[in-house]
Design a protein around this ligand. Structure first.
Ligand code: A3P
Ligand code: MG
Length: 442
């Protein structure tokens, strides 16, 4: 918490950003002004006004099969079960089926939204789905929203996003360059093993049936099955931050006992190094910010943490109630305050939307009819703030990646939701395509 923070005016347009090497392997535009600086994270300066955050409700769930096909339904749903004592997180490493790193597209989340629109049109009359969507301020993955909300406290990693504003709704995807994807694919062995620990914990803690440890021939009792990171169960929720309605999708690790259609029984699983001293404890409590934000965004009420040895053996597990986590860190030197994150999130959304709509309305009267296909690069830099600039043709091409897209949105989606231009044509040039399941529901 000793890091320099920028406080003060929420709108500092014109202040030049330094050249920034980002963790996406790109550099931010040299001249992109800082749109918004982070708030101070020191607790004395905070106002007491709480930012309302509505309890998320589940719109629908979907699963990814081992073939990475997205299907509506709960084929990938798993049930929580206590792991066996001393569970070994190295178990099955050599059999891990690792999903290849890919661009973090919104496609399957958009497929889910398309379904919600269709259901709405069927039940409430044609056009009611689009009317509902027009009221949604933001559509994104939970992982993106977590990075945005925790940015005031982030000390290491930049977050690079692509943004589009279509018919009043903001869409955000994480921007990953080919270089960054290759880097993620080619992790050093040690890091790869550590990443596996998290997935192995998920296998030890889940079963295909509620309350019954998995028994698979040839494996120790309680092993939930060899890890295949293609398989995921996802929830799409709607919620509200301040005045902004959000639709967020993300992976849910498992449920306790049964799934009742809402997040009430969702469980998030996490691993962390065992705590041996005060320094470890402080480190863990700082990490709780991400656990907390990640979970509450989807309405996940419980987080089970498996504490492990450096060699990957579980020593203890502890269940945390998500809403009680902020209380655990309050008043400590390394404390974080969720209200700072929420207020920041609200400001971020308002400023970004204002910036993008300003441009949209001026472009509308200009020569280009494709204003809503404009793509923006949004960079959140630790200790500095957010910069935003519109991509040039080259940049948009890179984002499209040679696929049938308008910006980063698949054409089949864009054509459904973009407002027709004056002459009745839809801005953008793509033809209908199909959803191929390239997403990263984190
Ligand atoms: P842990 O969080 O227990 O380390 P999630 O908890 O978000 O569902 O993610 C499950 C696991 O995926 C993580 O387990 C970790 O092993 C891996 N993982 C998630 N995000 C990661 C990241 N940014 N870098 C490396 N591994 C990650
Ligand atoms: Mg998890």
């Amino acid at each position: 918490m000793s890091k320099r923070r920028h406080s003060g005016s929420p709108d500092l347009r014109g202040k030049p950003a330094k050249r920034l090497e980002t963790d996406a392997g790109t550099s931010a535009n040299d001249h992109a002004p800082v749109l918004l600086s982070y708030p101070s994270t020191s607790s004395q300066q905070q106002s007491t006004r709480a930012v309302p955050f509505q309890q998320p409700t589940c719109l629908l769930t979907f699963s990814y099969t081992p073939q990475r096909i997205m299907e509506f339904g709960d084929s990938a749903l798993r049930y929580y079960i206590d792991p066996p004592p001393g569970a070994d997180l190295r178990y099955g490493y050599e059999r891990w089926i690792k999903r290849p790193e890919e661009r973090a597209r919104l496609d399957t989340l958009l497929k889910a939204i398309e379904r919600v629109l269709h259901i709405s049109d069927t039940n409430m009359g044609p056009g009611s789905g689009k009317k509902w969507l027009r009221d949604i301020a933001l559509v994104t993955w939970r992982g993106v929203m977590t990075k945005i909300l925790t940015a005031p406290y982030e000390e290491r990693d930049s977050c690079v996003l692509n943004a589009m504003l279509v018919d009043g709704t903001l869409y955000l995807e994480e921007h990953l360059t080919d270089a960054r994807l290759a880097e993620k694919e080619d992790l050093p062995t040690r890091q790869r093993q550590q990443t596996y620990y998290g997935y192995a914990f998920e296998s030890w803690c889940t079963s295909s049936r509620p309350g019954v440890p998995e028994r698979i021939h040839g494996h120790p009792t309680g092993w939930g099955g060899d890890v295949d990171t293609n398989v995921q169960w996802c929830s799409v929720v709607k919620t509200k931050l301040g005045d902004s309605r959000l639709v967020i999708g993300g992976e849910v690790d498992c449920v306790r006992e049964h799934f009742n259609g809402q997040p009430d029984n969702f469980v998030e699983l996490k691993t962390s190094m065992s705590i041996r001293n005060a320094q470890d404890e402080a480190r863990f409590e700082k990490k709780l910010l991400k656990f907390y934000v990640q979970s509450f965004l989807l309405g996940v009420p419980e987080i089970v943490v498996g504490f492990r040895t450096p060699a990957g053996r579980i020593t203890t597990t502890q269940s945390f109630k998500t809403i009680q986590i902020p209380r655990l860190v309050r008043g400590k030197p390394h404390a974080w305050d969720p209200q700072i994150c929420l207020r920041w999130g609200q400001e971020f959304l308002a400023s970004l939307k204002a910036r993008l709509s300003e441009q949209a309305s001026s472009a509308q009267t200009g020569p280009s009819p494709t204003y809503s296909s404009r793509v923006w690069r949004v960079t959140l830099t630790p200790g500095l703030g957010v910069s935003v600039y519109p991509l040039d043709e080259e940049g948009v091409k890179e984002v499209q990646g040679g696929e049938d897209r308008v910006g980063f949105l698949p054409s089949w989606y864009f054509e459904q939701v973009a407002e027709p231009a004056e002459d009745g044509s839809v801005p953008g040039q793509g033809t209908s395509g199909s959803c191929d399941g390239t997403t990263d529901p984190t």
